[in-house]
Design a protein around this ligand. Structure first.
Ligand code: 5GP
Ligand code: ZN
Length: 137
């Protein structure tokens, strides 16, 4: 591995540790974004969900779709959240189309520690405008 790659890896790892620490302090950054207390580049919003650009894009198009209700993860979904999760899924194609992802895209939901979820507010990553690899790392 090249020195530059090692530096990059260490930076990303440090950033992840910082985010996990920040979230454990009790403040949910995505709830703050919803309330307008933190800035974001909004792409879409309605009464149930919000979509904004990821701070650290992993593809030319990388946005996050989140519910306005604070749900920590997929693991915390309840039957009463069925409408919200359905709405998030159904809006993907509309948002993807608005972002010009006519050649396909990827939707990812990380869950928990093994799933590398760093922000404990349910979110879908919508990535596109590049050819994806499989399997993901
Ligand atoms: P996770 O790792 O939990 O699946 O994804 C969290 C995502 O949120 C990451 O891709 C990260 O770049 C993004 N993120 C973390 N903090 C912020 C923030 O303050 N603003 C925005 N727009 N994205 C963020
Ligand atoms: Zn939240």
């Amino acid at each position: 591995m090249k020195a530059g790659n090692i530096k990059d890896c260490l930076y990303r790892f440090g950033l992840r540790i910082f985010r996990v620490w920040r979230n454990r302090m009790g403040d949910c950054i995505f709830c703050k974004i919803i309330k307008g207390e933190l800035p974001s580049e909004k792409v879409y919003e309605d009464d149930m969900i919000m979509c904004f650009k990821d701070l650290e894009p992993q593809a030319p198009v990388h946005v996050l779709i989140i519910p306005k209700k604070h749900i920590a993860s997929m693991d915390e979904l309840k039957d009463e959240d069925a409408q919200i999760i359905a709405h998030m899924n159904l809006k993907v194609k509309e948002i993807a189309s608005a972002l010009g992802l006519s050649n396909g895209y990827r939707v990812v939901i990380n869950c928990g520690e093994d799933g590398l979820q760093t922000v404990p507010h349910l979110h879908m990553h919508l990535l596109g405008k590049r050819f994806m690899k499989w399997p993901p790392g």
